[in-house]
Design a protein around this ligand. Structure first.
Ligand code: C2O
Ligand code: CU
Ligand code: CU
Length: 496
């Protein structure tokens, strides 16, 4: 728990009084905690933080393998689980768990996943960060009907990276990811395996999400019923982003991880619908040493005191717990949260152990893209649009998503320069297929590495160099605030 002093400091900073475990006052209020959207207060008492051990999602075993390919089988189903003590929550999960099972692959071997849909709604699966042929990328209208199934084929001819898979159907991604349809896919390659990075039990994926709960334990996701929406021209609470008051890591509220006084690798993924985090260690006796970004290792490690993590971004970091003593408790805090959302996870150093891991000064040889590589420059503005039939909408260059309109024609094998800008509120922008390097983001120059999602503050800008290679076909790019995505903030790219 927060000390009283910390509690009052946080509460004063946020201008409202609330704490972990306090019950709902009912209805949404207008606090946005540094993220587009509105916090919904849970209608039941949230559990005390730091009581439950951090679970690690099970790694899925192939059902069979041949010379070139590993075959997996996943069933998407609705299941009741106990996420909070004393109540049951219906989740929609891959193999009935949230997060879904972790897929694990090595470059050079193809992955085929058979997805069976045992849900009462159509589904689409997208491998976020995967460089995937268009017909297997999970185009938002390319659905699997209830009781149906299909194979997704992933060549995964790309560097080691922390990828993730999630629901991606047009107009419904927000509610279904909220119900639990998200999982990790960790991809490795020979180069990464030749490094002595922390591994095994010391290589831990952390999926951070925020949720709110109704009194009966069910997830409290607002319906997008037009009667709940504001007057034309004003975005509704739901359409600007759904923020929860309970922080879950790997599906569990504010868990605890026991560690030895050694280096650990954490693959941090923000799988929240609309919440951004600013992560910090408390006490901060050691930095986060970032070794990787969305699509793989950086050229060189970068130390950070705090980590700003937007939706869908991945930060691959090493924390060296030798800076602490046995018995120390270290809290992973969210500096942009308040009250219950200011805490994320706790580490407790419980043992001493030998550590043979190394963080090399040079992590990877990456080609560095230059502006002169670009064959075309595009300017893309992400903004709130006018409302349609009372529904708030989000647009790119003034246009809401139309699956039948191509917004960008990109030539296969070329580099493009995209200058993107966020109006009104912040937008995390994600591009399928084409990994990119950022020349600048909100005025800063980021570390060199491949990314697929870039966070823009309200009024922010980024200058990106994207490489379109491998596969022709139709792909999407969109805002990864899932409520903005569902409310049309998406465009089509035809690669050919
Ligand atoms: Cu993670 Cu198109 O999405
Ligand atoms: Cu994606
Ligand atoms: Cu957005």
């Amino acid at each position: 728990m927060l000390s009283r002093k910390e509690f009052f400091r946080l509460a004063a900073g946020a201008g409202l009084l609330l704490t972990a475990g306090c019950a709902s006052t009912g209805g949404a209020n207008t606090s946005s905690e540094g993220s587009a959207g509105v916090v919904r207060r849970s209608a039941l008492a949230l559990p005390e933080p730091f009581r439950v051990p951090l679970p690690v999602p099970p790694v899925l075993k192939p059902v069979r393998s041949d010379d070139s390919t590993d075959y997996y089988s996943v069933t998407q189903q609705a299941v009741r689980r106990s996420l909070l003590p004393g109540v049951q929550t219906e989740i929609w999960g891959y193999n009935g768990i949230f997060p879904g099972p972790t897929l694990s692959s090595v470059r050079g071997r193809r992955v085929v996943v058979t997805h069976r849909n045992a849900l009462p709604a159509p589904t689409v699966v997208h491998l976020h960060g995967g460089r995937t042929p268009a017909e297997h990328d999970g185009y938002p209208t390319d659905t699997i009907a209830p009781a149906g199934s299909r194979d997704y084929v992933y060549p995964l001819d790309q560097p080691a990276a922390t990828l993730w898979y999630h629901y991606h159907r047009m107009d419904f991604t927000g509610p279904q990811v909220y119900r639990g349809l998200a999982g990790f896919h960790t991809h490795r390659d020979d180069h990464e395996l030749s490094l002595d990075l922390p591994s095994g039990q010391r290589d831990v994926p952390l999926m951070i999400t925020d949720r709110s709960f109704r009194a009966d334990g069910s997830f409290d996701y607002p319906s997008l019923d037009p009667s709940l929406l504001d007057t034309p021209g004003v975005t509704s609470d739901a359409a600007s982003g759904v923020l929860g008051d309970c922080i879950l890591v790997n599906g569990v509220p504010w868990p605890v991880l026991e560690v030895s006084n050694t280096r650990y690798r954490f693959r941090i993924l923000n799988a929240s619908n609309a919440r951004r985090y600013e992560l910090a260690l408390d006490p901060a006796r050691t930095p986060f040493v970032q070794i990787g970004s969305d699509q793989g290792l950086l050229c060189a490690p970068v130390a950070h005191q705090t980590l700003p993590v937007a939706q869908a971004e991945r930060f691959d970091v090493v924390i060296d717990f030798s800076a602490y003593s046995v018995g120390d408790r270290i809290t992973l805090r969210n500096l942009s949260g308040s009250g219950s959302t200011a805490d994320v996870l706790r580490f407790v150093v419980t043992s001493k152990a030998a550590d043979h891991s190394v963080i090399p000064a040079k992590l990877a040889d990456l080609p560095v893209l230059r502006p002169s590589d670009a064959v075309v420059t595009r300017d893309l503005v992400f903004a709130r649009g006018a409302s349609m039939r009372g529904m708030a909408m989000w647009t790119i260059n003034g246009q809401p998503f139309d699956p039948n309109r191509i917004d960008v024609f990109a030539r296969l094998g070329t580099v493009e320069r995209w200058r993107v800008r966020a109006q009104n509120v912040e937008h995390p922008i994600h591009v399928h297929l084409a990994a990119f390097q950022a020349l600048s983001v909100d005025g800063g120059v980021p570390a060199v590495g491949w990314k697929d999602t870039v966070n823009l503050d309200s009024g922010g800008r980024a200058d990106l160099l994207l490489r379109f290679d491998r596969y022709p076909g139709r792909y999407v790019f969109h805002c990864h605030n899932l409520e903005h995505e569902d409310m049309m903030m998406m465009g089509n790219i035809q690669v050919g």
